[in-house]
Design a protein around this ligand. Structure first.
Ligand SMILES: [Fe+2]
Length: 143
């Protein structure tokens, strides 16, 4: 089943939201490759494609966190590092087991859970922090 962007994933930061949409598009290509029985080579290419994108995307989030002294940086960064590791394991599984049911289930679990648990919670919390930092100061009171 294809993943879809929805309001529960929105951070309110345009750059991050656009990257998440691209991330979902790439995940859906991987699901599609598993579902339609694409070759192991094609699946590997899609996983590499996702892996490269993750570096760019996590890098952008981490820059925002550092630039604004985000208090939960370490925890958030540890999640990113864990995902990079899990993605490497998925790539290994895809290379050894091929794009069959077991790889499909692993991909589905890893990528769907990431969206719900990381994007939907950690990235949204980051978005609230960044939006609060970007908000204009409240209007001065008279007198
Ligand atoms: Fe994140």
């Amino acid at each position: 089943m294809a993943l879809q962007w929805n309001d529960s994933l929105e951070t309110g930061v345009a750059e991050i939201d656009h990257q998440h949409m691209e991330f979902i598009a790439r995940i859906n290509r991987i699901f599609d490759a598993c579902r339609t029985g694409k070759s192991a080579q094609e699946l590997r290419a899609l996983l590499v494609f996702l892996e490269e994108y993750v570096v760019v995307h996590f890098g952008a989030e981490e820059r925002h966190m550092k630039a604004t002294a985000y208090p939960h940086y370490q925890e958030h960064k540890a999640q990113h590092d864990g995902f990079v590791h899990a993605l490497a394991e998925l790539k290994h599984q895809a290379a050894t087991a091929g794009p069959g049911l077991s790889t499909q289930l692993s991909a589905n679990r890893l990528l769907s859970e990431w969206l719900i648990n990381h994007t939907g919670k950690f990235d949204r919390a980051l978005g609230r922090h960044l939006c609060a930092r970007a908000a204009p100061p409240s209007a001065p009171t008279a007198g």
